[in-house]
Design a protein around this ligand. Structure first.
Ligand code: HEC
Ligand code: HEC
Ligand code: HEC
Ligand code: HEC
Ligand code: HEC
Ligand code: HEC
Ligand code: HEC
Ligand code: HEC
Ligand code: HEC
Length: 343
């Protein structure tokens, strides 16, 4: 018997009716009638072979079997597992690191073969819903999430199929971050890079989001939006002055010893001192203290000690005019007359 003559002749008879009533349709639907398989070619995203009723490209009728036969499955898949999909698509499981999900459930763990209400024939909305079916971690949203994470744009960083880098990443940081944050591409061109930045953005930033703003788990000096469990926020985005509290500078004090900023007298804790008078402490540790990022860059800079050339005071830019000397330095900022310090 010829391949599926019964099935397709009955479908074809119906197609004539459809063509007559909708002449605009180029491909007559073959297996879709009001009674049979209606809806297989309808939805927000419909797979072209289903839309065009090329059902037989994936379902091959069993020999000597009329359909419907009530004898169990009348069709066999044209190929098994992912190979069915790779008949028409580039191999998705050929990369260096293959998503375990494909090994577990093939392509159908995430995609519907016919139609779906989500883009890319996905079974669920990408992000929490889709990835969260298997990843408990994806069901939770960090207190202050990274925008692409919150929006379910996981594919901005992870290839859902297979990828050249660990954790299915499409790139390693910093290149990963530079894809969307062009300014970060400039860090490496500066004279000095803050060592942890050169090592990897993940030293400070949580790629999915953190407990505090700027993808940090601890509050940062110029932006300590501290989230508390009850939802209160102590906001200070871009502040210049703040009363000193270790908590506010936690993202720096994770690595830098607090003594450099608190001890009034020292000959060891910091180089920013005049003999034993701690000038860090003088500026920072007071009621109207100055935040670290008024004077320092966080990522990279062209001056010694990551010092900024200009400080931001509201919308104004004021000079700092720091000069390094052999045993100290001098500053002539807008705030006070030139001061010299010597160790
Ligand atoms: C791209 C390949 C492909 C095309 C084209 C395709 N199917 Fe399927 N179909 C599948 C796969 C794979 C399954 C198994 C789904 C599963 O196991 O979850 C399936 C399952 C089915 C089932 C079983 C019930 C169900 O929905 O899971 C029916 C009925 C069906 N297809 C009908 C059709 C019809 C009618 C068409 C044409 C309009 C069609 N298919 C086109 C791949 C395809
Ligand atoms: C008979 C050929 C054929 C087979 C088999 C096939 N596809 Fe497709 N698929 C297409 C065509 C044609 C398109 C539209 C052009 C494109 O995006 O490549 C498409 C598009 C897609 C898209 C993108 C849809 C969108 O909204 O942009 C996904 C996802 C997809 N297929 C998944 C699968 C999966 C999963 C399988 C296996 C179950 C599969 N395909 C098997 C032909 C096929
Ligand atoms: C873990 C979930 C998951 C699995 C498993 C999966 N996909 Fe996808 N697939 C996605 C997501 C998410 C997208 C959308 C990517 C985007 O937003 O750019 C996608 C997009 C696609 C596309 C369209 C865009 C492109 O990359 O060409 C095709 C085709 C596709 N998948 C085929 C497959 C095939 C074939 C398999 C099995 C080998 C498979 N997928 C397994 C999640 C998955
Ligand atoms: C069908 C189940 C399933 C779905 C759906 C799924 N995953 Fe996975 N994924 C796994 C399994 C299993 C592993 C390997 C075990 C693990 O590391 O958790 C894995 C591993 C990963 C890893 C690497 C983790 C590591 O420690 O190396 C990433 C990243 C990942 N998945 C992202 C995603 C994203 C993004 C989505 C949604 C587009 C998604 N997954 C959807 C099952 C799934
Ligand atoms: C801005 C880039 C970026 C986006 C967007 C992103 N991720 Fe990740 N993700 C990463 C990086 C980087 C890691 C590796 C972290 C590390 O160093 O261990 C990771 C790790 C993971 C892991 C393994 C570790 C864990 O947390 O369980 C999973 C699973 C994962 N991501 C899922 C997702 C899902 C789901 C989404 C979308 C809702 C998503 N990611 C969006 C960058 C991203
Ligand atoms: C897919 C694009 C994309 C990638 C990749 C990406 N980001 Fe983002 N990131 C965004 C978007 C969009 C925002 C929100 C910007 C806004 O609201 O103005 C954001 C915000 C941020 C913020 C907060 C900035 C602010 O002003 O609140 C930080 C910090 C950040 N990203 C760091 C990173 C790091 C580190 C990486 C690499 C691990 C990375 N991003 C990778 C898109 C991306
Ligand atoms: C030493 C910790 C640390 C490391 C490592 C780090 N950052 Fe940051 N980053 C911060 C802090 C703190 C802020 C908040 C800025 C502020 O307080 O003025 C920030 C802010 C940002 C912002 C948003 C504000 C802006 O300046 O545009 C982006 C984007 C960003 N970082 C990207 C990166 C990238 C990309 C890397 C890796 C190359 C990286 N960061 C490494 C601490 C770090
Ligand atoms: C992950 C660890 C880490 C974090 C977090 C960190 N730093 Fe650093 N920082 C270092 C290391 C390591 C050095 C080099 C050794 C040193 O000077 O202590 C350094 C050096 C510096 C320098 C001197 C650079 C030079 O060229 O002399 C400044 C200024 C600085 N950090 C400021 C900050 C500020 C401000 C923060 C908070 C936003 C911060 N750091 C957070 C690890 C860190
Ligand atoms: C008023 C400007 C100013 C403020 C505010 C400031 N610094 Fe500094 N900092 C300096 C100067 C100037 C130096 C360089 C001293 C030298 O080498 O001559 C320096 C040096 C450093 C160094 C190099 C090691 C050391 O102590 O000499 C680190 C690390 C550092 N600062 C971190 C911070 C952190 C963290 C904060 C906030 C808690 C901060 N700074 C606040 C001006 C400032």
């Amino acid at each position: 018997m010829m391949r599926s003559s019964v099935q397709f002749s009955s479908c074809a008879a119906f197609a004539v009716v459809l063509i007559a009533s909708s002449p605009a349709r180029a491909e007559p639907p073959k297996c879709i009638t009001a009674d049979c398989h209606s809806g297989y070619n309808e939805g927000k995203s419909v797979h072209p072979p289903a839309k065009n009723a090329e059902c037989d490209s994936c379902h091959q009728p069993k020999k000597d079997r009329a359909h419907p036969s009530k004898k169990g499955r009348d069709f066999t898949p044209a190929a098994e597992g992912p190979e069915l999909c790779h008949m028409c698509h580039d191999k998705k499981n050929g990369g260096k690191i293959v998503h375990e999900a494909i090994k577990m459930e093939g392509c159908l763990g995430c995609h519907s073969p016919h139609k779906s209400n989500h883009a890319f024939l996905l079974k669920e909305k990408p992000g929490k819903d889709l990835c969260g079916t298997c990843h408990e971690s994806a069901q939770k949203t960090p207190a202050i999430p990274h925008k692409p994470y919150a929006e379910g744009k996981c594919a901005g960083c992870h290839n859902p199929h297979s990828a050249p880098f660990r954790k299915l990443l499409v790139e390693e940081s910093p290149k990963l971050c530079v894809r969307c944050h062009a300014a970060a591409g400039e860090f490496a061109k500066k004279k000095t890079m803050h060592p942890p930045v050169a090592e990897g953005c993940g030293n400070c930033h949580k790629p999915h989001g953190g407990k505090a703003s700027f993808l940090l788990d601890a509050s940062s000096p110029s932006a300590f939006v501290v989230t508390r469990q009850n939802g209160d926020m102590a906001t200070c985005l871009g502040c210049f002055y703040t009363e000193y509290a270790a908590e506010k500078f936690a993202s720096c004090l994770e690595c830098h010893d607090e003594k450099a900023f608190t001890e009034r007298k020292t000959t060891t804790a910091t180089a920013f001192r005049d003999r034993d008078r701690n000038l860090h402490s003088l500026h920072v540790n007071r009621r109207k203290g100055i935040t670290c990022t008024v004077c320092h860059e966080v990522h990279a800079g062209d001056s010694p000690a990551l010092l900024r050339k200009e400080m931001r005071f509201g919308s104004r830019r004021l000079p700092i005019a720091h000069t390094k000397a052999e045993k100290g330095g001098s500053c002539a900022p807008a705030c006070h007359a030139k001061q010299v310090y010597e160790r």
